[in-house]
Design a protein around this ligand. Sequence first.
Ligand SMILES: [Zn+2]
Ligand SMILES: [Zn+2]
Length: 351
Amino acid sequence: MGSNGMGGLNMKAAIYHGPGKMSVEEIDRPVIGSDQILVQVKASGVCGTDVKTYLRGHRFFEPPCILGHELAGIVVEVGTEVWEVSVGDRVAVAPYVPCGFCPMCQAGIFELCENKAGLNSGAFTEFLAVPREVIERGLVRLGPDLSFTAGALAEPLACVLNGLEDCQLKLGDTLLIIGAGPMGLLAAQAALAQGVGKVIVSEFNEERLAKAREIGALAVNPSQENLKEIVKLATDGTMAQAVLVCVGFAEAVEEAQQYVAPGGIINMFGGLPKDSTVTIDPGLIHYQQVSLVGSFGFTHIQFRQAVELMANKRIDAEQIVSHKLPLMDVEKGINLSVEQKALKVMLINEG
Ligand SMILES: [Zn+2]
Ligand SMILES: [Zn+2]
C-alpha cells in the first residue's frame, strides 16, 4: 500500500508528438504522492477531441503529451493519506473536477469552474496517477456488473447529460438530434431514459442511422427524406421542443431553426471551428421565444449520474462501441474514427 518503492517500473503509453505523430513508447510508470492513487487503465475511449488534436493540434494539448480523457481501471496503489479507495477497486475516473469555490462553482455552474483540478496525464497509457481532488469528486466505483468499457463511457455520457439538462425537456416532449455520432447516439439513449416522448435522429451515414433505430429513435436520412415534414408529422405540427446539434458545423445550427417548436431550445452541443459565424433568424428568437444555448463538458454530479444510469441498466452505453483495440493500435483507432469507419473506439488493456 506504500506510495514509494515503485520507482524504476516502466509502462507503455501513446505519446502524442504533434499533428499526425503518435507512438507507443516505454516510459516511467508514475510514482504517486501520499494523497494520490495509481490506476491501471483497463479501458479508454477515443473521443472527437483526441481525433481533432491528432489531426490538427489543440491549444489544450501541448506535445509531447498523452491524449485520452475517458477512462476506467483498477486501483493498484494507494497513497498513505488516502482512505476512500482500496487496491483492487474498479473505478471510472473523471478527467477533471470543479474546485467548488470559484464564482462559477458557487453559482452551481460546475462545468464552467475557473479552477478545475484534473489528471496530469491522458488516458492512452497503462497507468496514471489520480490526484486528491479527483479521488474525492471524480472517482466512481464500478459494481461487478459494470464493465470497464462502460466505466470509460461515463465521461461522454456525462457530457450528454449536461447537454440534455440545457435542453430542458419535459416528459413526453420531442427531441431532434442532428448527427448520430457517438455523442448523438448517447444523447438519444439518455433522452429516452429520461422520459422524452420521441427522439428523432437526423444523419447521413446509414450504419449510424441503423444504430439510432436500434436505440429506439426515429432515424431519418435527410438526403432521402424530408426531415421538416417528418418532424412536423411526428409532433402534430408543433415541431421539436429541443434540437440538439451534435455535429460541428454552422450550417447545422442554421438548419436547426426550421425544426424547433415555439418556446423551444436549440443547443449547440457540438463545438464549431474557431472563426465560425452562424446566421440566426431574429424573429424566431423574439416572436417565437426560441432559445439558442450551448453546452460543454460535464459536472462531477453528472459523471456520477452517468455511472448510475448504466449501473441501473437505464442506458446501455456499450451499444455505441464499434471497435475494441489494444493500446498499441491507438493510431489505427484514431484513423478509423477519422474515416468514420468506427463509431466509437475503445482501447482495452487485457493485462
Ligand atoms: Zn470525450
Ligand atoms: Zn470552481
